[in-house]
Write a protein that binds this ligand. Structure first.
Ligand SMILES: [Zn+2]
Length: 464
């Protein structure tokens, strides 16, 4: 294996990641992460004082010219690329236009459906999809699980744009044949044929290692039993991912109960139609009953927690810690653009922290830690998408999907004072101490934004 490596990108400095939900952040200083030409991490060496020397010692057949060194800045670190497990690319134009009294069902009819329908114009779709990919990459999102619209050609365009922009993505064509506006609805046959056409395009025509299809019934109320059955059949037959919404809002849950009286629960609707398995991504899950938690847990489905959206639409507070303790251990973060106004997973992580604290204040129980929120935004998301063997942390064998964070970047809105990075100016040891790595990470968590993301890599390729 070693002999086949002809070039190494050697990343050096502080590496921070959150590989486990119940562990503190992993902080590795003076760390070398070597990445081969295929974008995989082939060496992680801690306590390395000489990155070039360490690389050549490990790969003695290489010369200095075969190694590209990228070092983290003094007040910065490498962090895994974010994973957005739930984002509607098509709704990006509506970010921030939410009304004061919007809740899920009126939000859909007033804002969402008209905008999605308009993106059947391919030129508009290209504008919107290009912008959302550019923004998410800039904010450090290296993998996203996207909804588009019911339009197959526009969904194909989104897949093409993800591949050409170098973003890892799951792309789904929205399927909806019931209880939808007459200007934005399709038949079950059209939905299934469109889904198959998109998947064939992604797998056979595009054939990008970065992009995969995801079967996307919008949510149970917008789908007939016939459509749900057929989507279940094709997802299982092809081992494709499935994404949908679940238990977001109490009126939605009541409506599902009326539409599917034969089902034991909202979750059971998906299970009954073959759509609940270990490749299913369930957005929200704010109001799961004990029986539903057990269904999700035993199916090993993943949950996309969307704290900003849940707050904006007054949907509720997802009990993330309780779900984890009940055995649902595939939980990630979603921006849920555009009910969530920000397409940054760092923002989502901060919102997750806030929501869990509000929940703990009024109902007791455990709150999420900062490290847990960052886990949800990286490794947790990777687990939700069944990609945790490939991405989510810095370990040998994984793809190098990473962001380089710099608290002192040119555009940064953070003020860092000289003594915080070690210049003591002859002051006594009793004065303020330089920030340690953990404090630098906390400052970034609370105050950072895309201006602190100075570079982004997906599969070893620089995309910002
Ligand atoms: Zn959504």
């Amino acid at each position: 294996m070693t002999g086949t490596i002809t070039h190494i990108s050697a990343y050096y400095g502080t590496f921070v990641d959150a590989p486990a939900f119940d562990q503190p952040l992993r902080l590795r200083e003076q760390c070398l992460v070597a990445v081969d030409g295929s974008g995989r991490i082939c060496l992680v060496q801690e306590q390395c004082a000489d990155p070039l020397g360490c690389t050549l010692e490990r790969f003695p057949h290489l010369s200095r010219d075969d190694v590209t060194l990228v070092a983290a800045p003094q007040c910065g670190f490498f962090f895994p690329g974010f994973v957005d497990t739930h984002i509607h690319a098509s709704q990006y134009p509506n970010c921030g236009v939410l009304g004061d009294d919007s809740t899920l069902l009126d939000w859909l009819s007033k804002y969402t459906f008209p905008t999605e329908a308009a993106l059947s114009d391919l030129a508009w779709a290209t504008q919107v999809y290009s912008a959302v990919i550019r923004r998410t990459l800039a904010a450090g999102t290296t993998t996203a699980c996207y909804y588009t619209t019911i339009d197959t050609a526009a969904a194909q365009e989104m897949a093409r744009l993800c591949a050409s922009s170098g973003q890892r993505a799951l792309v789904g064509k929205v399927c909806m044949d019931a209880n939808s506006p007459e200007y934005y609805v399709e038949t079950a046959k059209e939905a299934v044929e469109g889904t198959l056409a998109l998947a064939r395009y992604i797998e056979d025509t595009l054939a990008s290692p970065l992009v995969r299809p995801v079967v996307t019934p919008r949510f149970a109320p917008a789908c007939s039993r016939e459509l749900l059955d057929q989507l279940g059949d094709i997802s299982r037959a092809n081992n494709w991912h499935v994404q949908t919404h679940l238990d977001e809002n109490v009126n939605e849950i009541k409506w599902v109960g009326e539409l599917f009286p034969e089902a034991q629960s909202y979750t059971a609707v998906y299970a009954d139609h073959g759509l609940l398995n270990d490749k299913t991504v369930l957005a929200h899950c704010v109001h799961l009953t004990t029986d539903e938690v057990e269904l999700v847990r035993s199916a090993q489905a993943g949950i996309a927690h969307c704290p900003e959206s849940n707050t904006a639409l007054m949907s509720g507070e997802c009990p993330v810690v309780d779900l984890y303790n009940a055995g649902v251990q595939k939980i990630g973060l979603g921006t849920d653009v555009s009910a969530g106004a920000s397409c940054s997973i760092l923002d989502a992580a901060r919102r997750a922290l806030d929501v869990s604290r509000h929940r703990a204040m009024h109902s007791g129980g455990d709150k999420l830690s900062l490290a847990q929120c960052l886990h949800l935004g990286t490794m947790g998301g990777a687990k939700v998408l069944s990609m945790d063997q490939e991405i989510g942390s810095f370990d040998t064998g994984k793809h190098f999907d990473a962001q380089l964070v710099d608290l002192q970047s040119q555009e940064s809105k953070l003020d860092i004072f000289p003594w915080q990075v070690g210049a003591q100016d002859g002051k006594s040891a009793a004065g303020p101490q330089p920030l340690d790595t953990s404090e630098i990470v906390r400052k970034w968590f609370y105050l950072g934004d895309d201006r602190n993301v100075v570079r982004v890599w997906v599969k070893g390729n620089k995309v910002k």
